[in-house]
Design a protein around this ligand. Structure first.
Ligand SMILES: [Fe+2]
Length: 425
């Protein structure tokens, strides 16, 4: 939820349209069949994402605050509710792929209906005249939509990977020149630090309040762990050595037969990875991705290091520009660094891959969830998950910031999740 009132600017309608259209554009190359199928319980069909993001504006903005609004179809209130118990019943997540109806065309008409209502309403009631609670909800809806843009790509990648022909979402390969990075340790002194969002501009409620943390002296790697680093771990028996693994991680290795990151296959001694561009040889200089927290933790132990805490990560990226390989680059895959990191500055901190931290996803001291149904957005998931930082090659550039806390269970692998090492000084 927004930390404070979003600024009402003349560009808000344009911003609304741009973000909504960016979602639509991601689905444009896909057929109705591509958009309907669900490949696993954790992943949703593209069609469901298109409808659910629309449902968010209809349910939390238009229905309670715009008296003239008429619902497109009352049945959608249940069909496209994700997890908001205060709203009422919801269709089970593992069965979203069974929703052959409404069809893609009808879902696109639903999007248009809500967009026209939003824009017509904003025309009559400019943002500057709306209560702060409403402008906050619109801002939240746009940030929610951007989160689902990333999920559209990661869920679609999983779906296409299950097709025997391993089809590409787009063909754009090779992406860039390969550049070996010069990894080194960057030291940080002990001290009392502050982390969390300061309340200026939008943030999710889980980034607040800003608070103090004590950090002992530590070092953090200048670059994320690469595919080449991870191949060395595999070649050294990393997946076969129980002493490297947390107990639950070792169970996951055995139960699921993990021998490499998700989407990897080995042919003729060469590792290949399935990407949104189809299957390609693994680039040893690009950041490793599609590893679980368990694999990240085991790799760090093998490397005689550890994962950073989220506080260590956030302090270490202070002053690092929020530039990097994001969704807008079109690469849709992590890239080898195009420039070496500046001395004392973390390279590839933003974009490319989300970086697992050692931190449990929990409330900051004094955390208060937003009031109302949107209070279910973040707080109720603060159990049995770990924090990831920095955004990925599927994250919209304007969506990320240093205080942003993503979170997934420790066995999740279908996001663009990688790692960066840390160690005690
Ligand atoms: Fe959602």
């Amino acid at each position: 939820m927004a930390s404070q009132r979003a600024e009402a600017t003349p560009g808000q309608a344009e911003k609304y349209l741009a973000i909504r259209e960016a979602t639509r554009a991601l689905a444009a190359p896909l057929s109705a069949e591509d958009c309907t199928v669900q490949s696993m319980p954790d992943a949703s069909p593209v069609k469901w994402h298109l409808a659910h993001t629309t449902w968010f504006f209809e349910t939390f903005v238009l229905e309670p605050h715009c008296p003239a609004y008429r619902a497109f179809d009352p049945a959608y209130r249940v069909l496209f509710n994700s997890y908001y118990n205060a709203i009422g019943d919801k269709h089970p997540r593992p069965e979203r792929g069974l929703l052959s109806r409404p069809g893609l065309e009808e879902v696109l008409a639903y999007r248009q209906h809500v967009d026209e209502a939003m824009l017509a309403w904003l025309d009559v009631a400019p943002l500057a005249a709306l209560p702060a609670a409403v402008t906050d909800l619109i801002e939240l809806g746009l940030n929610h939509e951007q989160q689902h843009q990333e999920l559209i790509l990661t869920d679609l990648k999983h779906l296409l990977s299950r097709h025997p022909q391993r089809p590409a979402y787009q063909k754009q390969w090779p992406l860039t020149q390969v550049l070996a990075r010069d990894a080194r340790w960057i030291p940080f002194a002990e001290g009392l630090r502050e982390i969390g969002h300061d309340g200026r501009g939008f943030c999710f409620d889980n980034e607040m309040p800003r608070h103090r943390v004590w950090l002992d002296a530590y070092q953090i790697a200048s670059h994320p762990v690469t595919h080449g680093d991870f191949i060395a771990f595999i070649d050294d028996g990393g997946y076969r050595r129980p002493e490297l693994w947390l107990s639950a991680g070792w169970d996951a290795v055995a139960d699921r037969g993990w021998q490499a990151p998700a989407y990897w296959t080995q042919r003729d001694g060469q590792w290949h990875a399935f990407t949104l561009h189809g299957e390609v040889p693994v680039d040893p200089n690009a950041p490793v991705c599609h590893v679980s927290f368990f694999e990240a933790d085991a790799f760090a132990r093998w490397a005689k290091a550890r994962l950073p805490t989220e506080a260590e990560w956030e302090i270490a990226v202070g002053g690092v520009p929020r530039s990097g390989n994001f969704l807008e680059s079109g690469a849709l895959h992590p890239l080898a660094p195009r420039v070496a990191g500046t001395d004392g500055m973390l390279a590839q901190a933003f974009g490319d891959v989300w970086e697992w931290t050692r931190s449990d996803y929990g409330p900051y001291p004094g955390f208060q969830p937003a009031i109302g149904a949107v209070g279910e957005y973040n707080g109720k998931f603060m159990c049995a998950q770990y924090v990831l930082r920095g955004g990925s090659c599927a994250t919209p550039a304007s969506h990320i910031r240093a205080t942003y806390r993503n979170f997934f269970p420790p066995d999740a692998r279908w996001q663009f999740s990688g790692l960066r090492l840390a160690r005690d000084a």
